[in-house]
Design a binder for this molecule. Structure first.
Ligand code: BDP
Length: 610
């Protein structure tokens, strides 16, 4: 069965082989890898580089860092004879942005969309008497149909460079692991869970999809390894008494085991460690387990030295420790779906995650950040373009299907962000586009998580054409930075206050998904000026005073958790410096201020404010 989304796990019946390590690699400046026979004969003139990682930051020559076009990867492995009566899949956890895969010389897959996994069944092509070869062509070129969106420029020497409509570096590569997944012919291929709370505990509705023979058996274990629920059949319910709910920063995970059995024989076994919780919106509050929550945390990036956007579990661990130290309880996966392992950390640490699609740059501007701050934005409409209606929308819907399929069971995922800063003002053509995305999300997500998109400042309460679709309003605001910065900070706060009073009238929960200032670590000045550490602190103090007055504000996620790499330019000093931490994850002054505030705010802060 194609495209199994289940996170691969070793169990009694399953085997996972990680192909991480050095892979053969080559840039294809001439775009003739296919003519040169790479798919069938393998790479010529290759070097070796690590997978998973972005390739951009390994090299000392700029033409490699900025490379825009096709790159090739190759890896080999030997198959074990015991796999002959199994299903063998290759799972790519993420490949930027378009991938074509050949296996033993045959083209076996094409995948468009860099941040969600895809799986290829290779049973029929596997060799047991010699080496097996995977060849991958990746393409990182941006256009108006890709998620994320952008364009490219051609330099005089013929080289292409990326011109993103977004403010992060367009890192490429096999950025997440590639694994072989060996499963029995009769196996579980998908699992969907939904939970309701009862007077005595909880009921979990489950749906198990499987292929081949066997009867489905589901068991649930608590953290003392006690069996607390059990059911037979592909669909059913699991009643748990005195359920220990997954709570914010106090996660309890149950161990769900899904078995396929035939008589006494175990055909397959899969498991999920996941929390039981509900999420809903009531009036202007978001409720977890029927209790109001206040989001404290960050917009982030998967971004680090050397590995670029590559999977970096050590960095992710450090990030969670720092977020906990700050008293944060949430983050947004700005601006693309993050590694599954990061969601697993969030699941066990009790973090609230706003899960975002790579629908960023849907505002035709290569000065995204500056334009985003322009209240009277007049730009060429993004959604009026024929190419967007014809190609971008289907790509967007497919990315959404893949995201929900991948992340639907995580308790930590409590909201979907379907766009970041789209042009939702300049044409009515955005309306049918947005409606299709929002409707599909509702249809796909059995847990009916709230849906939203991050609004740029031009998407004001009066101008935004599609905010009515949002269950929660998410705001990215830069009063006091891109507009009315420095000496005008007090006026900036009046403008912020006035806008929030308008949002209060909508009766919906409103949350800040971005606000912040570029801050150069080590720069301080009295009185403050923009770019200093103490200006960043003052800015946050003033924003928070305003937030505290407004009943509809249910959360604050500052921009950004850490400094991160962007395309170079006159407003970026070696990347975006809005981090509370540096790129090497050391605190700026503002980190201490956030810690002071967030440790003092209870999880249900403002819960009783009307
Ligand atoms: C917003 C974008 C974000 C940028 C940020 C900024 O959503 O990606 O990094 O502004 O300018 O427009 O720092």
């Amino acid at each position: 069965m194609a495209n199994k989304m289940l996170y691969p796990r070793n169990t009694l019946t399953r085997q996972v082989i990680d192909l991480s390590g050095m892979w053969k690699f080559s840039f294809d400046f001439a775009e003739n890898g296919e003519e040169n026979g790479y798919p069938t004969q393998g790479l010529k003139d290759y070097i070796e580089i690590p997978v998973p990682a972005s390739y951009n930051d390994f090299f000392t020559d700029k033409k490699y860092k900025e490379y825009c076009g096709d790159v090739w990867y190759e890896q080999e492995f030997y198959a074990d004879k015991s796999w002959q009566d199994k299903d063998v899949d290759i799972r790519f956890f993420a490949a930027i942005h378009k991938a074509t895969v050949w296996f033993n010389g045959e083209k076996v897959a094409y995948h468009n969309g860099g941040f969600t996994p895809f799986t290829i069944n290779i049973n029929k092509l596997l060799k047991y008497d010699g080496v097996n070869k995977i060849v991958v062509k990746l393409n990182n070129v941006l256009d108006n149909t890709t998620l994320p969106s952008g364009e490219y420029k051609v330099l005089k020497d013929g080289r292409k460079i990326s011109n993103p409509y977004f403010d992060f570096f367009n890192y490429g590569g096999l950025i997440r692991p590639v694994k072989l997944v060996i499963t029995p012919k009769s196996s579980v291929v998908d699992v969907t869970l939904n939970h309701v709370l009862t007077n005595t505990g909880s009921i979990t509705y489950y749906d198990v999809e499987h292929v081949g023979q066997g009867e489905v058996l589901v068991e649930v274990y608590d953290q003392n390894q006690e069996k607390v629920a059990f059911s037979k059949g592909a669909k059913g319910t699991l009643e748990i008494l005195n359920t220990k709910l997954w709570e914010v920063r106090n996660a309890y995970l149950y161990h769900f085991v899904f078995k396929l059995i035939q008589g006494e024989k175990l055909l397959d076994e899969y498991y999920l460690d996941c929390g039981i919780r509900t999420v809903s919106v009531k009036g202007n509050r978001v409720l977890i387990n029927n209790k109001p929550v206040y989001f404290k945390g960050f917009g982030k990036h998967e971004d680090a030295d050397f590995t670029g956007r590559g999977y970096n579990l050590a960095c992710a661990k450090r990030d969670f420790e720092l977020m906990k130290w700050c008293g944060a309880n949430s983050f947004r996966t700005s601006h693309y779906p993050y590694s599954e392992e990061i969601l697993q950390l969030a699941e066990s640490e009790g973090f609230l995650v706003i899960d975002e699609l790579a629908a960023v740059g849907m505002l035709k501007s290569t000065r995204n950040a500056v334009d985003a701050a322009n209240k009277d934005l007049k730009i060429e409409s993004y959604f009026e373009q024929e190419v967007v209606k014809k190609y971008t929308l289907p790509n967007h819907l497919e990315a959404l299907r893949e995201l929900v399929a991948r992340d639907k069971n995580y308790a930590c995922v409590v909201m979907w962000s379907l766009f970041n800063e789209p042009d939702a003002v300049s044409s009515d053509d955005c309306i049918p586009y947005f409606e299709q995305v929002f409707n599909l999300c509702k249809e796909l997500d059995i847990q009916q998580r709230p849906r939203s998109f991050a609004h740029i400042i031009a998407s004001s309460p009066t101008k935004s054409k599609v905010s009515y679709l949002c269950d929660v309003i998410m705001l990215n605001r830069y009063y006091g930075w891109y507009i009315m910065g420095g000496a005008e900070l007090d006026d900036a706060m009046l403008a912020l206050d006035a806008e929030l009073s308008e949002w209060d009238q909508k009766g919906k929960p409103v949350m800040f998904t971005e606000y912040g200032t570029d801050t150069y670590m080590g720069l301080t000045k009295l009185p403050s000026v923009m770019w200093t550490e103490n200006y960043q602190v003052e800015y946050f103090e003033k924003y928070h005073e305003v937030f505290d007055k407004h009943p509809s504000i249910i959360g604050e996620q500052v921009w950004n958790f850490a400094d991160f790499q962007t395309t170079e330019g006159i407003i970026r000093a070696d990347g975006n410096k809005k981090g509370i931490f540096t790129r090497s994850r050391q605190p700026k002054m503002a980190a201490f201020e956030l810690r002071r505030r967030w440790l003092s705010l209870p999880t249900d802060y403002k819960g009783d404010m009307k």
